[in-house]
Design a protein around this ligand. Structure first.
Ligand code: ATP
Ligand code: MG
Length: 450
């Protein structure tokens, strides 16, 4: 095994004050207890690039039970490969014991209960052999093995709290400097092991404005079909990360060029290439740009609002077809939401609650269209769950499609209905990401279109 490149504290730009208090506390307490304690993953990468990390992960030679002895606020999670979660008021620091190369199944192989796994061919490392000998308990490894089982070289760097050095087993420093996203090991092998890495590659390269190394790029184009064997739940999570990464439009454009997006959403993609493709693409790109604007403003829209905006005209077009065949309009929109979002041809599993909220957002469009905006019915509608998101949808839609401007004006006019409560000044104001409901919350925002 090769010697790592080591940069001393004075030779790189990552200083301990840059690390979030909670992660620093985990690192120093492990270090004081005599363990190796490394900051790893995206945290190291982003700090070296002068970016604000999304989260901090820790790698250590302490076993999860040993981590638990040090931190009262700690829970061990995971079925076979156990991880320690150290809890603080608003964050969890994931603390993982160095992991062996052999123990490298895709995350769904262990986080998701077996019945919902699509993979049946994930090699179970519990029974993997080394030189013909079955190595049952060999899930923990050396720091080098832990670096090599990671996805990309720039994600395989360690910051050692003991002396402030950066330890690089995988050539990540060089790739950071040249702004290249390179797979650790052979791209085809690593993508076959876990196809979600292809989606991660496109997202992370777009976020950092890095070039994907040629072999990996070619492998993605060739292998995107393998995404069909990844867990649908994980792909949905990955899609949410894309929608909220701050450069959703760029990720979409890059993954469209590679055929990756088309693999994940085949019928929707076919529609995007159909007779109305210009309007369709225009809408989708505007929606994605809107997500980027929200992110920039520190806002976190509901996943349902994002799904409504992304798939809206496709769903509404389909509903129009159902209605033309005689289905009542409201029923038609619900039917279309379900046809589009629950389509088994999609590789993502959109949770039921999200589908239900999209039904609300698009259903309310139909109801708004039927009302003057001033009746008793209208005032009840204004208080219905999902109305605020529906209004954000309408504002967005009228920015793209002028035919909806009149409807928007009707609903933006002050309500004269006596039973309606006085308009609240901040009613439509989006909530901030760091507000009272962090994470995938209820909050939403809007940009004015017009
Ligand atoms: P982000 O900014 O989105 O958090 P990240 O690189 O930190 O990016 P995480 O999902 O937080 O992504 O993962 C933390 C680290 O775990 C990664 O940097 C990488 O080293 C490793 N990792 C994550 N997913 C995989 C995977 N599918 N295969 C191999 N290693 C992975
Ligand atoms: Mg991270």
């Amino acid at each position: 095994m090769d010697e790592p490149v080591i940069l001393r504290e004075s030779e790189h730009g990552l200083h301990r004050e840059m690390i979030a208090y909670e992660a620093l506390r985990v690192l120093t307490r492990l270090d004081e207890a005599g363990y190796q304690a490394y900051l790893c993953g995206g945290g190291v990468r982003d700090l070296l690039l002068g970016r604000k990390p999304k989260d901090f992960d820790v790698a250590t030679d302490a076993r999860p039970e040993e981590v638990k002895k040090i931190f009262r606020n700690c829970r061990i999670i995971g079925r076979r490969f156990k991880l320690a979660h150290v809890f603080f008021r608003d964050v969890i620091i994931e603390t993982a014991t160095f992991r062996a190369l052999l123990d490298n199944p895709p995350p769904e192989a262990e986080d998701v209960p077996l019945p919902s796994r699509r993979h049946t061919d994930v090699p179970d490392p519990t029974f993997a052999t080394r030189g013909g000998v079955i190595v049952r308990d060999n899930v923990y490894g050396t720091p080098e093995e832990d670096a090599r089982r990671r996805d990309f070289t720039i994600n395989g760097l360690f910051y050692n709290i003991a002396d402030g050095s950066i330890i690089d087993y995988v050539g990540g420093l060089k790739d950071l400097e040249h702004r290249v996203l390179r797979v650790i090991g052979d791209p085809e092998t690593r993508f076959h092991e876990d196809p979600v890495r292809m989606v991660r590659a496109v997202r992370i390269a777009s976020q950092l404005d890095f070039e994907i190394e040629r072999h990996a790029r070619e492998a993605i184009v060739k292998m995107c079909g393998e995404l069909g064997s990844s867990s649908r739940e994980r792909l949905h999570e990955e899609m949410l990360k894309i929608l909220n990464c701050g450069c959703a439009l760029k990720v979409f454009e890059r993954s469209w060029r590679k055929g990756l997006f088309q693999t994940i959403y085949p019928p929707f993609s076919a529609w995007l290439q159909g007779p109305d493709r210009h309007e369709a693409m225009n809408w989708v790109k505007k929606a994605l740009r809107q997500f980027d604007v929200w992110k920039q403003a520190g806002l976190k829209p509901m996943p349902a609002l994002q799904h409504a905006l992304l798939f809206g005209p496709y769903i509404e077009g389909m509903a129009g077809g159902f209605a033309a065949e005689g289905m009542p309009e409201f029923e038609a929109i619900l039917q279309a939401v379900n046809t589009v979002l629950r389509d088994k041809a999609n590789l993502t599993q959109i949770p039921k609650a999200v589908v239900f909220d999209v039904e609300r957002i698009l259903g309310i469009q139909v109801q708004m269209n039927k009302s003057s905006g001033q009746s008793k019915y209208a005032s009840r509608l204004r208080h219905r769950n999902g109305f605020q998101e529906a209004l954000v949808y309408l504002k967005f839609a009228s920015g793209v499609d002028p035919a909806r401007k009149e409807l928007l004006a009707r609903w933006m006019a002050p309500s004269h209905e006596p039973s309606a409560p006085p308009p609240r000044k901040h009613e439509h104001e989006p909530r901030h990401e760091h507000g009272p409901h962090p994470g995938h919350g209820q909050s939403h925002g809007h940009e004015s279109h017009g």
